[in-house]
Design a protein around this ligand. Structure first.
Ligand code: ADP
Ligand code: NI
Length: 211
């Protein structure tokens, strides 16, 4: 099997039963989007992007209790990549995740692209669907007008925060377009962001009984 098929097979198994917005198709969309951005941005190593995007969530602390990125490392080793490449891929996975105001700007072009692809999957119609799936899986309320969004959370506060899902739009999702690294991703984000804003307008009209 080539590396792409090996990794797709592996992630399919890893995420088989997830219903919190991290299913296999999330990983697959991030991979596809990262490759699309890579082809436009050009100056990057597509093999590293393929490994990092397909493995970016296999050691996510919310889903797995692994140490030192062992799931990703084992998958990379099974494909026989060099130690140098393994470290480049792991570095991207370490830097990818949203951590409130402690989020990192990836140190490599490949990392910037994978982070953009992951963040694009958290906005737009898919982002709305994933946010409510996550909210349901974590027993969060849809919305509560008595709870105000929290801004500028540090990583610990962000991880422990149990806010309602509509607030998550103000705490993360609507901030994403300004946090993207590449021009290609910023362009793709525009329509997705407009769609989320439209959804929120409609949501509040219906909530308030005006529609
Ligand atoms: P990242 O991929 O940057 O690590 P997460 O794993 O935290 O981001 O989020 C995965 C998905 O779950 C995203 O679509 C995200 O917006 C959503 N999500 C995360 N936290 C919440 C929350 N508190 N409420 C609703 N959705 C959330
Ligand atoms: Ni992800």
């Amino acid at each position: 099997m080539n590396h792409e098929d090996t990794l797709l097979d592996y992630t399919k198994k890893r995420f088989a039963n997830d219903a919190s917005g991290h299913d296999f198709y999330h990983t697959f969309r991030v991979y596809r989007m990262a490759m699309k951005i890579a082809k436009i941005e050009k100056t990057c190593d597509e093999e590293i992007i393929m490994f990092a995007s397909l493995l970016h969530d296999v050691d996510d602390v919310k889903l797995f209790q692994t140490k030192n990125y062992s799931n990703a490392r084992n998958a990379i080793r099974r494909c026989g990549l060099s130690h140098e490449k393994e470290e480049r891929i792991i570095q991207i996975i370490k830097e990818v995740s949203f951590r409130g105001r402690d989020s990192l700007t990836p140190s490599s072009m490949e990392g910037k692209i994978v982070q953009d692809a992951d963040r694009l999957d958290a906005i737009g119609a898919l982002g709305i669907a994933r946010a409510f799936a996550y909210g349901g899986a974590h027993e969060r309320k849809l919305y509560d007008p008595n709870e105000k969004p929290m801004f500028e959370m540090d990583e610990k506060t962000y991880r422990n925060h149990k806010g309602n899902t509509i607030n998550h739009f103000y705490e993360k999702l609507l901030l994403i377009p300004d946090l993207l690294n590449t021009e290609t991703a910023k362009e793709i984000a525009k329509k997705r962001n407009d769609f989320m804003k439209e959804f929120l307008q409609e949501f509040f009209l219906e909530w308030e009984g005006k529609q």
